[in-house]
Design a protein around this ligand. Structure first.
Ligand code: CTP
Length: 397
């Protein structure tokens, strides 16, 4: 078996000197490391030092004529099992967030499909600046994992957050990413996420509080584990995770149609969306004018997407979510049976750390196969996504 390979970007921060420690710790774990050093990184550490520790040629410039690498950034991008940037400056985060490719590091980063880990290092104010925080948020939403910087005295004399994470923490994160399961290769998974919008007139609609975070986390986790994922998404402000095909929909009827045409070709449907149960019987062609009195809206039922797919399913695994505020167990088990599901993840959306818009969630998973319900406990939606996928696909692999 060939060695696990890390492609490591080193950028222009004083913490660049720690790159040698990271490389040598990874090499001790049997990991092959190829370094890409940016022009400003090379002002802090020499290519020779990195070459000596890594045992591989260091790539310094996309247009360099000294190495064969200038035509090989795609090969390097493909060779990476994990792509690490340590230390990462505010500048490289901004370029990565914007999708720029104006040097060897950013070009290779844009071409890689490997999991990307980033360990930022910079002055506190630069780190906390809304622009940098916005870039971090954008990259996280695309599936980039951050190894958070530590706090303490910084090289610039300031005190605060921004110090490169400790070397053992960076190495542990890389080893964990290398050990990432690829157990869903070959599976086609449909995931739905977010709310729907039911039009009343050209300027008004009915919607709900779903943020889409849980469905996006599941889509991202399944893609990272090798599945071909299509995310049917209601209107959210989230970016699609890396490697996921996103189909945008607005109404519950649109979501039904988008799921319906793809259902036969999928191995699993995970409905984390909150499609509306009711829609205005009629959509007014023009804006409804107020007349000093109230307005009676007549609503009719939408189609239950899961129940419909449950009624016609073949080999597909069907997973639902039950958003409940009372009688959680009975309601969830009722939905499991009535919609002919394989699993239902029930959550109490009245809790503070579960349900809509928050970053954590806690579910109880009921299986049609019987057995005791399983409690996840409170965890991040990312961790919960993997927890669910482990259980949904365990019985079938
Ligand atoms: N669901 C669906 N189509 C709908 C409504 C819901 O496929 N029109 C799915 C949801 O995506 C979720 C599951 O059904 O996976 C349960 O949704 P939930 O809102 O908890 O329950 P409902 O079936 O809508 O029932 P109720 O609102 O009465 O609790």
């Amino acid at each position: 078996m060939s060695k696990a390979t890390v492609v490591m970007g080193v950028t222009g921060s004083i913490a660049a000197y720690k790159a040698c420690d990271i490389i040598s710790a990874l090499k001790k774990q049997g990991v092959e490391v190829h370094v890409i050093l940016t022009a400003s990184g090379a002002r802090f550490i020499t290519p020779l030092a990195l070459e000596t520790v890594s045992g591989n040629a260091v790539v310094t410039d996309l247009f360099s004529r000294e190495t064969p690498w200038e035509v090989e950034h795609i090969a390097l991008a493909k060779r990476a099992d994990v792509f690490l940037i340590a230390p990462a400056t505010a500048n490289v985060l901004a370029k990565a967030a914007a999708g720029m490719a104006d040097d060897m590091l950013t070009s290779t980063l844009l071409a890689t499909l490997a999991p990307v880990l980033v360990a930022p290092a910079m002055n506190t104010n630069m780190y906390l600046h809304p622009a940098t925080q916005g870039n971090i948020g954008l990259l996280q939403a695309r599936g980039v994992r951050f190894i958070a910087p530590g706090s303490g005295p910084l090289a610039c004399g300031d005190e605060g957050v921004g110090r490169l994470a400790d070397v053992p923490d960076i190495v542990a994160a890389v080893l964990q990413a290398l050990a990432q399961k690829r157990d869903l290769c070959g599976k086609r998974i449909l995931v739905s996420a977010g709310p729907t919008q039911e039009r009343i007139d050209p300027v008004r609609y009915l919607t709900n509080r779903s943020s889409g975070k849980m469905g996006y986390a599941i889509a991202g986790a399944a893609a990272a584990r090798g599945a071909a994922v299509t995310l049917i998404s209601g209107a959210t402000n989230l970016s699609p995770p890396t490697g996921v095909e996103r189909v945008d929909v607005l109404s519950s009827a649109d979501m039904f149609a988008a799921v319906d045409v793809r259902f036969d070709g999928c191995d699993a449907l995970i409905m984390a969306a909150a499609p509306a149960d009711f829609t205005p019987r009629q959509t007014a062609e023009h804006k409804i004018k107020k007349n000093g009195e109230g307005l009676q809206l007549e609503l009719c039922a939408t189609q239950d997407i899961l129940a419909h797919m449950g009624a016609r399913k073949g080999k597909q695994v069907l997973v639902g979510f039950a958003a409940e505020t009372q009688d959680i167990a009975a309601n969830a088990q009722g939905k499991l049976k009535n919609k002919n599901l394989d699993f239902i993840a029930a959550n109490d959306v009245s809790g503070k750390d579960a349900g809509f818009a928050v970053d954590t969630n806690a579910v109880t998973l009921y299986s049609a196969g019987g057995g005791a319900p399983q409690q996840s406990g409170s965890m991040t939606k990312q961790a919960l996504a993997d927890w669910l996928l482990d259980r949904v696909f365990a019985e079938r692999s």
